[in-house]
Design a protein around this ligand. Structure first.
Ligand code: BAL
Ligand code: ZN
Length: 876
């Protein structure tokens, strides 16, 4: 397959002024008529249109039907000579939505038609210049059978509709905003609508419509409320107002991504729309609120200002993730949101950046663009956007955003354009920020301190490395820090020389030092005692911190640092040190221990009655397994998953035993008989309660709580937490509960996905057999991405016991499933294969077994380019 490079970008030779589409819908033979008005912009007269999986019916230029010899057709494009300055092409294609299991372009889901065009799905609908810098005005006529397609939707405003002969009807939609074709959408079918409205800051009424299947009408309240909150928030925080009279969201069951921001007509994976307390957990509710917000925010960051090419994807995705993070932070708890985002980044993005698919947030090349909708482009991209806000302050960031929209509204631009807007609006030189965009890998910052009691100076030295070396272009790293007194918990005062004042200034949550070189130091003067360093407050940069902190210092920070992130981070560091010690103990055949320092930090957090409940829950949670794996790899240790499982088993058990009475007391205090509410306090109560339940479930004397909580059936958060706690047990009662759950919910696909996922992540001794039985289950369908992900995705990512089974059977199973899935839906298969990319991290025996499955995949000779790219890069 061909690799595409950023350096090869060339502006368009032709522009398309307007696109007039007509769809004559038919499940297996939809006819698409595409009338395009072209203007030639350069001397180049050869026009090459993208098109795949199409049957070309006819092409007409300026009213004349073209013959075979007038154009050149391949499997991926159609080329014709167009010396005219302006001309009109009418291209007719036939497509088969029903047979489209790739779920790109136009396809059917639960009997309805829907589209997914990002990144390159439009070319499977019609021949077109399928690239994001080709902006055009779209008008779309949809003709369909009236009984089967009550609703006919596309982007923009409905300008005409009516009856036709033969039981058909039609609708015409006109989008007044120029857009790239990746934002095109069409939906048709028998859907019901939930309506609401929003009054904009400039007093316009916007109709809000959620389209769902009839049986889901009772699950839309939360999504509607989330949409209204998002619209209001964007007006208040960024002054951004919605620009059409109608905003539509359609929930579909079969969807490759979470959702899609098509102009005025978002298409959503139903997982991110439908919820009621009986069916959805707090995590689901939060996911809906943030994805609804994310897609809405794209209307400005993505749609009004879009990307010049797909290498700029982080321009819209990093920025929009940052915006949705800020929104959730304002809706719920800023401290909790920040910690959860950092956990996600470390557990998923850091390993990606340390593996064979590592790429900068602005990738320099790709084989299949769909493989670059990654944690790096999205989440690290958002961290890089956050750096601007940390450096410029909220007001400075807002000024930059305002200038960005003033300059680029209606255009397709680059990450440099965004940076220049930030720089110019704040009269700052931010050119060094470019280095974050073009270099892969997670930077490491090593900090050392030296206190001179005689001179009362505290010298801090900073060293940045990337991928273990100092050969990189140095990054601009904002270090937010403070120095705390060991004696009274307060921040110590100090002064700075005049030179240092230009590099270090007061910030909202401490001091902001701008590290710009490979090695740099800072001298704090007039420091009365050797303080404790509170570093990278709020996780002020996406780096790995290397700071030889004493365990006493960590216990102190874990108990009272006023920065919630550093407080949590300190206890995590103590836990991580303890976990690593125990991994070494298992491998050396020594006894494992619960470190006294970690125990002390746990104790003070458990006892702290003033601590936010959600933060308390996060404080007493062990670091994720993937974070431990990351830390072991960073130390150059190979991973033996059996040791990791033994260590987590021991740690959870020991913590539960040592803190049984506090855990039980908290668990009981957190009980509530109130009806489910989705708000910060109620979520925090459930979160802490269920964390305690998880520990208590390890103790024979406390195991009944799981069953009691399951039997109460209060809400899905609590029911699912009880089932999660039962996961390690190979018991009759666990099976009976799972069977009950299945019988109660097998009519609800989203709940059934949970049932599948729970078993795919089973940690009992029968984990491997269980997952094999799941793909044989009558409710398992390879064609449904949510179902495939909830079994195969969960198994590869979250089932250490089954996937990494020493026999290698878990690897063989997943690889053979990837091959099956790849024939059906390459995009989803490429996600499912990704756990194999980490093969070099494991012990030699596992490495060989994982590698041999990757080799078998390549040797199959029939991989899609999606899976091929990931497997071939992994084997390099
Ligand atoms: N643009 C693809 C889906 C999303 O990031 O919103
Ligand atoms: Zn997005």
């Amino acid at each position: 397959p061909k690799e595409i490079f950023l350096k090869d970008y060339r502006p368009l030779d032709f522009e398309i002024e307007s696109v007039d589409l007509t769809f004559e819908l038919d499940p297996s033979e939809t006819l698409v008529t595409n009338r395009m008005k072209f203007v030639r912009k350069t001397d180049q007269s050869q026009l090459k249109l993208d098109g795949e999986h199409l049957v070309l019916v006819s092409i007409e230029k300026d009213g004349k039907i073209l013959d075979q010899e007038d154009f050149y057709l391949t499997e991926t494009d159609l080329t014709l000579n167009c010396p005219e300055q302006q001309f009109e092409l009418v291209v007719k294609t036939r497509i088969n939505p029903e047979a489209n299991t790739r779920l790109e372009g136009l396809y059917r889901s639960s009997g309805n038609y829907c589209t997914q065009c990002e990144a390159e799905g439009f070319r499977t609908i019609t021949y077109y210049l399928d690239r994001p810098d080709c902006l055009s005005y779209f008008t779309t006529k949809i003709i369909g059978d009236e009984c089967e397609n009550k609703v006919l939707l596309s982007n923009g405003n409905l300008i005409e509709f009516g009856e036709l002969e033969g039981g058909k009807h039609f609708a015409v939609w006109e989008d007044p905003h120029k857009k790239p074709c990746y934002l095109f959408a069409l939906v048709a079918g028998n859907l019901e609508v939930v309506e609401g409205h929003f009054e904009t800051k400039d007093s316009r009424r916007v109709d809000l419509r959620l389209y769902v299947q009839e049986n889901n009408l009772d699950k839309c309240d939360h999504a509607m409320a989330s949409l209204k909150k998002s619209m209001k928030w964007d007006e208040e925080r960024f002054g951004l107002i919605y620009d059409l009279d109608v905003y539509m969201v359609v929930a579909v069951d079969d969807f490759n991504m979470g959702a899609m921001e098509n102009k005025g007509l978002n298409v959503f994976n139903s997982k991110f729309v439908l919820a009621k307390p009986e069916t959805a957990t707090d995590v689901d509710f939060e996911g809906i609120e943030s994805v609804i917000a994310h897609e809405y925010f794209h209307n400005w960051t993505g749609n009004r200002v879009t990307c010049r090419d797909w290498f700029q994807l982080t321009l819209k995705e990093g920025l929009t993730i940052f915006r949705d993070q800020e929104f959730t932070s304002d809706m719920l708890s800023p401290a909790v949101k920040r910690i959860e985002d950092v956990k996600r980044l470390r557990s998923f993005q850091f390993p990606e950046d340390a593996g064979p698919m590592s790429h900068p947030i602005q990738p320099q090349s790709y084989i299949e663009m769909n493989n670059f909708y990654t944690m790096t482009v999205y989440e690290k991209g958002a961290e890089v956007v956050r750096l601007y806000q940390t450096l410029l302050g909220r007001d400075g960031f807002r000024k930059g955003m305002d200038l960005y929209f003033d300059r680029f509204d209606g255009q397709a631009v680059t990450v440099e354009d965004f940076r220049n807007a930030m720089a110019d609006a704040n009269q700052r030189d931010l050119s060094q920020m470019h280095h974050w965009y073009i270099q892969p890998g997670t930077p490491k910052v090593t900090v050392t301190k030296q206190y001179d009691a005689g001179n009362k100076t505290l010298s801090l030295s900073f060293k940045q490395t990337l991928n273990g070396k100092q050969e990189h272009l140095p990054l601009l790293i904002p270090v937010v820090f403070d120095v705390l007194s060991p004696s009274n918990e307060a921040a110590l005062s100090f002064s700075l020389s005049e030179v240092d004042q230009s590099r270090c200034s007061r910030a909202d949550n401490g001091w902001l030092f701008e590290l710009t070189k490979h090695d740099e130091s800072l001298v704090l003067q007039g420091v009365e005692e050797e303080g404790y360093l509170s570093l990278f407050r709020g996780f002020s940069a996406p780096i790995l911190l290397d700071y030889a902190c004493t365990q006493d210092e960590l216990v102190a920070l874990a108990s009272y640092d006023s920065d919630s992130f550093v407080r949590w981070e300190s206890i995590q560091t103590l836990a991580l040190m303890n976990l690593i010690e125990n991994v070494q103990a298992v491998e050396d055949n020594r006894e494992m221990v619960l470190s006294e320092y970690y125990a002390k930090a746990l104790e003070s957090n458990l006892a702290d009655t003033s601590l936010d409940l959600a933060l308390k829950s996060l404080a007493i949670t062990l670091p994720d397994e993937s974070y431990l794996q990351e830390a072991l790899s960073d130390k150059g240790m190979l991973i033996n998953t059996d040791s990791i499982l033994a260590v987590y088993g021991y740690m959870k058990q020991t913590i539960a035993e040592k803190f049984e009475s506090s855990l039980l007391a908290i668990y009981q205090q957190m009980q509530s008989s109130e009806a489910y509410r989705y708000d910060k306090d109620a979520i925090a109560h459930r979160m802490l309660k269920n964390r305690c339940l998880n520990y208590l479930s390890k103790l024979p004397a406390q195991q009944d709580w799981m069953q009691t909580q399951f039997d109460q059936q209060s809400n899905m958060t609590d029911v699912f937490a009880a089932l999660e706690a039962m996961k390690p047990y190979d018991s009759v009662w666990k099976k009976a509960n799972l069977a009950d759950f299945y019988h109660k919910w097998n009519h609800d696909d989203l709940v059934l996905d949970k049932w599948f996922a729970l078993q795919a992540s089973d940690q009992s001794d029968s984990a491997l057999d269980l997952v094999k039985s799941l793909v044989e289950h009558a409710d398992f369908h390879y064609t449904n991405p949510n179902r495939a992900r909830s079994v195969l995705g969960v198994f590869g990512r979250m089932n250490m016991k089954g996937f990494h089974h020493a026999s290698g059977e878990g690897y063989a199973f997943l690889a053979s499933e990837v091959l099956k899935l790849d024939k059906i839906n390459p995009q989803v298969a490429a996600r499912i294969v990704s756990p194999f990319t980490q093969w070099k991290r494991y012990d030699v025996a596992r490495q060989e077994k994982m590698k041999s499955q990757l080799t078998k995949l390549i040797e199959s000779g029939s991989l899609s380019k999606d899976v091929y790219e990931i497997v071939s890069k992994s084997l390099k």
